[in-house]
Ligand binder design. Structure first.
Ligand code: NDP
Length: 460
């Protein structure tokens, strides 16, 4: 008789947990996976997937304006928020169902309950008893974080609630300058909501290349989003008409909805990790080695709960690497270098590798190529939106260290660029690739003139 009830118990059925559970079960292991909410996790239920539907929904008004320039008459179009929500929720339910089916087909047992560790090998399922497992995988993801230490903080919503608003507000105030703030500012604005984004720093999207950050902010403003920088909420007052947010600058902004997108934190509450000998790092994330193993010998963790790179495809690859290592006898660690990412702002951003500032810090002398232009589609209808493409190249080795794109389809373009950068492409190899015409992306392989940042002048 087996020593444990299961070979693997996975806590959390999001992207990382589901991939690990499926692969482990397909190897013949006895696998259970517990989920306290809905199978699919942040990405499918309250993140990437519904967000992308909202981005699509919000782009139509802008596109209708463009359509007029192309001879269409698109006046009189209206948007029904409730109808959209119903369609979105149907699709999310369908996708969540597919996840459950795939897990079951692989032979994994799906348990709908909150799980907590009683010790390193014992998992207690709320209302459903206690089970033992030889190995445990923590894949509980993260949760939105918002400050609670100022007056009126109880009025704030996060992205979780934004997916289920009973009504679209007329005005929204978004705090934060990261992925979620910028993406939701575009969504609300596109849906006709009077949108203000308030960020405490000098420019949005900290961590991205500075030219890209400035360009995205500029383009967001062109679309009608008010971007308020260097400012914080100090007090939120409920009024008869909605809310008034009193800012650190002394100004007050009236709004109907205040949404904070001020980061996410690893979700470890009530998991009993201390009882199992699992240590957290300073950020409150499960500390793991390159094989995603925690401080407990039989416990691993993947995805946002480890706070490495908090992206769905990364969690999937970490989950797959764990399964390969532990259930297929093939020690595998995921390489976190050159992971591309996209911000589904409007216009969107695609980025892989180093920003100019980080590259300068790490590599010294660089060759920079930068192009800012209107696409054919935009010039035809007389639009003002501009794309930006930037390449950061190591001056000595000529390796491309970073590629950054702002413009339509930037997320699609960057996926391809990421392959070349991951392979260590040089600028000469990159340029030997023939352009595809007429496209936005052709500009990537036709930039010959080096860009000299103003602050470096002739010294660059
Ligand atoms: P981010 O970490 O990207 O951004 C958080 C923002 O909140 C920053 O601008 C930060 O400012 C600001 N902030 C933090 N604390 C405070 C505070 N106390 N007061 C005011 N502002 C504050 O988090 P998000 O919530 O946007 O997203 C979480 C993560 O989810 C992302 O980092 C990303 O990994 C992932 N994600 C990925 C997406 C994608 O791939 N397209 C989409 C959505 C999320 P500062 O910069 O000054 O620290």
């Amino acid at each position: 008789m087996a020593k444990y009830d299961y070979d693997l118990f996975v806590i959390g059925a999001g992207s990382g947990g589901v991939r690990a559970a499926r692969l482990a079960a397909m190897s013949g292991a006895r696998v259970a996976i517990a989920e306290e909410h809905r199978v699919g996790g942040t990405c499918v239920i309250r993140g990437c997937v519904p967000k992308k539907f909202m981005v699509y929904a919000s782009e139509f008004a802008h596109n209708a304006g463009i359509a007029e320039g192309y001879g269409w008459s698109a006046s009189g179009a209206t948007f029904d928020w409730k109808k959209f929500l119903e369609a979105k929720d149907r699709e999310i339910a369908r996708l969540s169902g597919i996840y459950v089916t795939n897990l079951s087909n692989a032979g994994a047992e799906v348990v709908h309950a909150k799980a907590r560790l009683k010790d390193a090998h014992t998992v207690e399922l709320e209302g459903k008893g206690t089970y033992t497992a030889e190995k445990v995988l923590i894949a509980t993801g993260g949760r939105p974080w918002k400050p609670t230490d100022f007056e009126g903080a109880e009025h704030i919503i996060t992205s979780e609630e934004a997916f289920h608003l009973p009504e679209l507000p007329k005005r929204v105030l978004i705090a934060g300058g990261g992925y979620i703030a910028v993406e939701f500012a575009g969504i609300f604005n596109g849906l006709g909501v009077d949108t203000t984004l308030v960020y405490r720093g000098a420019n949005i999207l900290r961590g991205f290349d500075d030219n890209i950050r400035a360009h995205v902010a500029e383009e967001m403003k062109k679309r009608g989003i008010k971007v308020v920088l260097g400012c914080q909420h100090e007090r939120i007052e409920k009024t008869a008409a909605g809310y008034v947010s009193h800012m650190s600058s002394g100004s007050a902004i009236e709004t109907d909805l205040v949404m904070f997108a001020t980061g996410r934190r690893p979700y470890t509450d009530g998991l009993g990790l201390e009882k199992a000998g699992v240590k957290l790092n300073e950020a409150g994330a499960v500390a793991v080695d390159k094989f995603s193993k925690s401080s407990a010998d039989n416990i691993w963790a993947v995805g946002d709960v480890t706070d490495r790179i908090n992206l769905t495809p990364v969690a999937i690859r970490e989950g797959a690497a764990f399964a390969q290592t532990e259930f297929y006898g093939n020690p595998t660690s995921f390489d976190h270098d050159m992971v591309a990412s996209a911000v589904f702002s409007q216009p969107p951003v695609g980025s892989v590798g180093l920003s100019e500032a980080d590259a300068r810090h790490q590599h010294g002398k660089l060759d920079i190529y930068l192009s800012k232009f209107r696409t054919m589609k935009t010039t035809f209808y007389g639009g003002e939106e501009r794309c930006m493409i930037k390449l950061v190249v190591d001056a000595d080795s000529q390796k491309i260290l970073g590629c950054h794109v702002v413009g339509p389809d930037a997320p699609e373009i960057i996926q391809m660029a990421a392959i070349a950068l991951k392979m260590g492409v040089t600028k000469a190899q990159w340029d030997s690739t023939c352009a595809v015409h007429p496209t936005l992306a052709e500009e990537l392989v036709t930039m010959r003139e080096k860009y000299v940042p103003q602050e470096l002048g002739a010294a660059a």
